[in-house]
Ligand binder design. Structure first.
Ligand code: SF4
Length: 239
């Protein structure tokens, strides 16, 4: 019996399925690499504490400091009333403990005074408004704001930043000439709903840690076997 000719449409469907599978494998791999806070908590204040502790240190040190701190102080009230020296002692494993202890105490005070100890009202605001308000808090950058919006407020959005824009093209998920809007719609098509916020956070972390704009660390990259560039480099190295 003659085989049916493979149509362009069938090829496109196969290609889409294949890219979706690759996207899921990438998210699983990066999730294991960057350890997600949501495995620990979805309490917005504790997420805030955790992400402040994680600045400029690795996950192991962050986790040690986080566990020590929240064993004693886990609410904005408790942290705002605590002695700065005691916070320093507890969070020492995370490094920069003088700066971080001041920042945590100040954040606890603001959350208490401005939001009555509960960040949920802030997180329920429209996404961009909530993001801008978070960014106005001391020591809160884009990463912390996004972690809170995704894991504290359950936002399932995949906004494209410069890291995601670059990585999507390197991974072959978007064409080299695609603009921001085209990259966003491609990635949303490939990422299962319910994992878009996670994809946003993980791809940014990946861009900051491995997939730099210049000289990406392809040899050490945890997804180099899932990336056309990583695969090409590995083949080249074998020649
Ligand atoms: S293999 Fe290189 S280009 Fe590909 S995702 Fe990893 S770091 Fe980026």
């Amino acid at each position: 019996m003659a085989l049916k000719p493979v149509t362009n449409r069938a090829r496109a469907v196969d290609d889409l399925k294949c890219k979706r599978r690759r996207m899921v494998a990438i998210l699983n791999r990066l999730g294991a690499e960057f350890e997600l806070w949501r495995r620990y908590t979805n309490d917005p204040f504790l997420l805030l504490v955790g992400t402040v502790l994680s600045q400029n240190t690795n996950w192991r040190n962050t986790r040690a400091a986080y566990n020590r701190l929240i064993a004693k102080f886990r609410t904005p009230e408790q942290l705002a009333r605590s002695e700065i020296r005691e916070i320093q002692k507890l969070i020492k494993p995370a490094g920069l403990y003088r700066v971080k202890s001041k920042r945590l105490k100040e954040l606890a005070r603001i959350v208490l005074e401005r939001y009555h100890g509960n960040l949920s009202t802030l997180l329920r605001k429209p996404p961009e408004e909530a993001r801008q308000e978070l960014l106005s808090l001391p020591g809160i950058g884009y990463k912390t704001a996004d972690v809170l919006l995704v894991f504290g407020a359950g936002r399932d959005v995949l906004p494209i930043d410069t890291h995601i824009f670059r990585i999507s093209k390197r991974l072959g998920f978007a064409s080299p000439k695609a603009n921001y809007e085209e990259v966003r719609s491609k990635l949303e098509e490939l990422t299962p709903s319910g994992r878009r916020g996670e994809a946003h956070v993980l791809l940014i972390q990946h861009g900051r840690r491995y997939c730099f704009a210049r000289n990406p660390l392809c040899d050490e990259c945890p997804i180099n076997d899932l990336c056309p560039i990583g695969i090409r480099r590995a083949k080249h190295a074998q020649l």
